[in-house]
Design a protein around this ligand. Structure first.
Ligand SMILES: [Zn+2]
Length: 197
């Protein structure tokens, strides 16, 4: 039996697709990955070169106590060689579009405490999704279509400049940035202390 997630972001888990089959290389943050017989939220996804070749690294955390018991009570990394990953298919759940959903790039300190976040809300006025203005003092706005992508790009930038630090892509359903940021902070604290969502 799968226990219901009880984290601050658990409301969003009602908003996932059914399990779909996808190539391992295309797994994205915010998706729920089915692996080892459990459900894992993908906190970050990236590629890196090691002495053993190019690898895909997924940072994941169990979505419930039962899922953690079969894996780990912490956020952990699943690394796999790209040559293997390109032939592997996995089951994932995809977050559905949601006007209240924020996607956040979250930075943690060396002990796993929430340090700060940048966020974009789906459909909200966004300068990144708009054309660059001729006059930089008068920015253009378009409804945000790539909030997840913005957060993921930010995390990838941070990974380059601070490679030892942990960075997550988290989402929250909220009406304001302050609420979304508070959910991100609570979620990080829950991952650090309880070890699952
Ligand atoms: Zn945008």
């Amino acid at each position: 039996m799968t226990a219901m997630p009880t984290s601050p972001c658990s409301a969003l888990f009602d908003d996932m697709s059914g399990a779909l089959t996808q190539n391992r290389l295309t797994v994205q943050p915010g998706q729920i990955l089915h692996a080892y017989g459990v459900r894992l939220l993908v906190l970050s996804a990236g590629f890196g070169t090691t002495p053993f070749g190019e690898r895909q690294e997924l940072s994941v955390v169990a979505v419930s106590h039962d899922d953690a018991r079969a894996t780990y009570f912490r956020a952990w990394n699943m690394g796999l060689g790209v040559e293997y990953a390109r032939r592997e298919f996995v089951k994932i759940e995809i977050p559905q579009p949601n006007k209240r959903r924020w996607w956040m790039a979250v930075s943690l300190d060396g002990k796993g405490h929430f340090e700060g976040a940048n966020g974009h809300q789906e459909g909200a006025p966004c300068t990144v999704c708009a054309d660059s203005p001729l006059d930089p003092s008068r920015p253009n706005y378009e409804p945000c279509r790539y909030a997840l992508r913005h957060a993921w790009n930010t995390v990838n930038d941070w990974d380059r400049v601070a490679p030892g630090r942990r960075h997550y892509v988290l989402s929250a359903a909220a009406d304001t940035w302050e609420q979304a940021r508070a959910v991100a902070a609570e979620t990080c604290e829950r991952i650090r202390t309880v070890g699952h969502l």
